[in-house]
Design a protein around this ligand. Sequence first.
Ligand code: BTN
Length: 327
Amino acid sequence: MDPLVNEIVLLLRTRKTASGWTPTELAAALGISRARVHRGLDELRALGYELTAGRNESLRITRSPDRMIDTEILAGLKTRIMARQLHCYNRIGSTNARALELAEARAPEGTIVVAEEQTSGRGRLGRVWHSPPGLGIWASFILRPQLPLQKAAAVSLLAALAFAQTVEDDLGLKVDLKWPNDGLIAGRKVFGVLTEVSAEVDRVYYVICGTGINVAHRLEDFPPALRQTAGSLAHACGRPLDRLAFFRSFLTHFEAVYRRFRRDGLTPFLADYRDRSLLLGREVTIHYGQKSIQGQAVAIDDHGALILRTTTGDITVVAGEATLREQ
Ligand code: BTN
């Protein structure tokens, strides 16, 4: 958003009295012309803000848009790491791709790239992530944990756990986590993470943690191939949701788990992950490339890897796609 337009929103929101600001007062406070203020107000209306004029032309915001714009995401947000820098796009190829560019240009930890729509959203294992405008939260986080490469996968698990906690706290619904990091509600996938890492073996430079949250989709909004398996928060709740409020809450939960992870590692989270895990204790098949392996999922280790009990012994699985064998 234009910084000046942002300033106008902030002023309109901070007024202590009910009457609001007149364009003349806004112009004086910002040191700009009334004509520039009026152009800014037009921009706000075009973004979906509803401005109501009271006595003496004084303006109040009477409705804010449910759009992924910085002012709205940051309103009331108290995180210290997450959204330290925020890059919002109306339409972009992939937020992960943009975050990679920003990370290479030394964007700080906690930088987030968010888009209303992705035209080439990336899923795991080379898949496409369906990212239509207005229906979801498509966001990529730049994190710079001080870790060896083998522990970086833990960040995906943390994001999935933070998502599950947010859904439970805000919506009262249970999320099942399917290793490595899918979030399902009532058997439908609502959440996915694509984590991309730049590292040397001993040291991670940065992690791009790209999270896709299906928020407002009806089942018919998904492509036919996904209609049996994909879901959204609104579909699960049976009512419309405030996308921005959910995103702010997710940022708060993600920050809390990430801060603890930086201090104590993954171990304190494993019991919670186990409770929410769809796979642990079950017979599963793990597919990776052209190969697959079968066994019982028995544990998640301190690095976020899955321990699979097979006929020939326990195997540590670091990546792949899991399916349940008993159904
Ligand atoms: C999966 O396959 O489950 C992972 C999906 C990850 C999608 C998100 S949406 C925001 C970010 N940008 C991308 O291009 N992908 C991730």
